[in-house]
Design a protein around this ligand. Structure first.
Ligand code: NAD
Length: 502
């Protein structure tokens, strides 16, 4: 695998030192080391922040459509390298090649979206109460943006933020997950190739810091970083939020989910089944939007379980290397993740759950890797463990009596990212959309696999941030209200206040 990684890096046309570093990178495919790379020191980080601030002073003055041109070229470079980058994503984070291709496609789509935005980023004109006054709201570049990302979307999360931030006139410093720095370095270097192709000396607009939590902490506490966009677990968000708030920085949090699907008696189960399976099992249950809870009306509870069980049995035959085109379930990221899953399984049993699956699949050729069968859990009540996000393929199936009660259980967890209902009854569907407390509420499609055109993110402990589509670009700019008087008379004061000094 080490040789394969070297080949991929060479074919991508980027220069990354893969040997003699101070941090070993493992692939979850076989658990072995694929590279040893150098981490960023705090002194180097300081230089990066200074260089980014300097670059911002140039970049903010470049017209937004010209900034968009760089992003357009980057999108095309990603198109040309989609297959190679997808393979590297598969190797480093273990998601199956097809999903890795989807992740790179998401990067390309966001670039296209940002290019369009670069000719908009529009403000408002507002009617003034005073004669010959004009009021407007303008959006201006924010400054240096820090992006902290998780292992499970090792490249797309960066572009969701960075492509928008760049067209908005900001510079981006990226601290990727310590589990996936190779794909980060490769993607960042592809962006530098885009800058070279544009023949521009704007290098400081994108930087990468390689390292763990400590590096992330120092970025978060730096008041020169105007916005921190952090994607990861709820405990990470709880650590980051007070620090950024304490220095009055801007914050965009994309944290853990505990997503649910509701299946009503009117549901078309042939439509529901594939969506439930992809949601629960896709990316080996390691998506923030993975389906973790399934509320099924008691009249169809046994029937749906009878459909799910053989489906789970058949996917068990498709567990293996994510590079194999027949695989549907790749490995968990590491041993810690496997241990967390096993701990959850022990608790589920204590709390009355009946479990099918959830055991380790030992691969003779990969003894140091952690492959598991997905767990299907028959659960009578939504106990404490169901309220927790276990980042592994565990699906709790719970019966409900009426939709009101289903929605009470649905909203009883602390997270609020994605949700869905399977129903052919418009009243049920609309009731669900009104009641779901999540940032995403779907009808007859799964909880995972969002498109980039919508604003992505969730409520409650998921952090409240919105990224990617819609008007998420406003996070990367500062709003300014401006009033101009163009008359010749003495100007009037607002609210009719008289302040006559004569
Ligand atoms: P994690 O919280 O362990 O790490 C995420 C990133 O935060 C890493 O880069 C890490 O180095 C950094 N970090 C950790 N503690 C920090 C601190 N105190 N200060 C600054 N940086 C810190 O998460 P993970 O295991 O990589 O990813 C899985 C989690 O991410 C899951 O909970 C999943 O739901 C969530 N996630 C959420 C979204 C979303 O959009 N809502 C998307 C992907 C993943």
């Amino acid at each position: 695998m080490r040789t394969k990684v070297k080949e991929l890096i060479n074919k991508l046309g980027v220069h990354i030192s893969l040997e003699n570093g101070d941090m070993d990178i493992h692939t979850p495919i076989d658990g072995r080391v694929i590279a040893s790379i150098k981490t960023t020191t705090l002194e180097e980080q300081e230089k990066v922040v200074v260089a980014s601030e300097q670059a911002f002073n140039k970049w903010r003055n470049i017209p937004a459509p010209e900034r968009g041109e760089v992003v357009r070229v980057f999108g095309n470079i990603l198109r040309e390298n989609k297959e190679l980058l997808a393979e590297l994503v598969s190797i480093e984070c273990g998601k199956i090649k097809e999903e890795a291709r989807g992740e790179v496609q998401e990067m390309i789509d966001v670039c296209d979206f940002a290019v369009g935005l670069s000719r908009q980023l529009y403000g408002l004109t507002i009617q003034s109460e005073r004669p010959q006054h004009i009021m407007s709201e303008n959006w201006l570049p924010l400054g240096v943006v820090g992006v902290i990302s998780s292992f499970n979307f090792p490249v797309a999360v960066w572009v969701w933020n960075a492509a928008l931030a760049w067209v908005c006139g900001d510079c981006v410093i990226w601290k990727p997950s310590e589990k996936t720095p190779l794909t980060a370095l490769a993607s960042h270097n592809l962006f530098l190739n885009a800058l070279r192709a544009c023949d521009k000396d704007w290098e400081g607009i994108s930087s990468v810091l390689i390292g763990g939590k400590e590096l992330g902490k120092s970025l978060v506490s730096d008041s020169r970083i105007r916005l921190i966009s952090a994607t990861g677990s709820v405990p990470m968000g709880k650590a980051v939020a007070p620090v950024v708030a304490g220095r009055f920085g801007k914050l965009l949090l994309e944290l853990g989910g505990n997503n649910a699907a509701v299946v009503t008696p009117s549901a078309d189960l042939d439509i529901a089944l594939p969506s439930i399976l992809f949601g629960a099992i896709g990316t080996a249950g390691q998506r923030c939007t993975s389906t973790r809870r399934l509320f099924v009306h008691k009249s169809i509870y046994e029937k749906l379980l009878l459909m799910l069980k053989p489906a789970y049995e058949s996917v068990e035959k498709k567990i293996g290397s994510p590079l194999n085109p027949n695989t549907l379930i790749g490995p968990l990221i590491d041993e810690t993740s496997y241990m967390n899953m096993q701990k959850a399984i022990a608790t589920i049993k204590e709390q009355g759950g009946e479990i099918y699956g959830g055991v380790r699949v030992l691969m003779k050729e990969y003894p140091d890797a952690y492959y598991v069968t997905p767990a299907l859990v028959r659960m009578k009540k939504q106990t404490e463990i169901v309220h927790t996000e276990t980042f592994a393929p565990i699906l709790y199936v719970l019966p409900y009596d009426n939709l009101e009660q289903a929605m009470e259980m649905h909203n009883a967890v602390p997270q609020g990212l994605s949700s869905t209902i399977f129903s052919t009854d418009i009243r049920e569907a609309e009731f669900f959309r009104q009641r779901s407390d999540c940032g995403i509420a779907n009808v007859n499609i799964g909880t995972s696999g969002a498109e980039i055109g919508g604003a992505f993110g969730g409520e409650k402990e998921t952090g409240g941030g919105r990224e990617s589509g819609s008007d998420a670009w406003k996070n990367y700019m500062r709003r300014q209200t401006s009033t101009t008087y163009y008359g010749k008379e003495k100007p009037k004061l607002a609210q009719g206040i008289s302040f006559d000094t004569e």
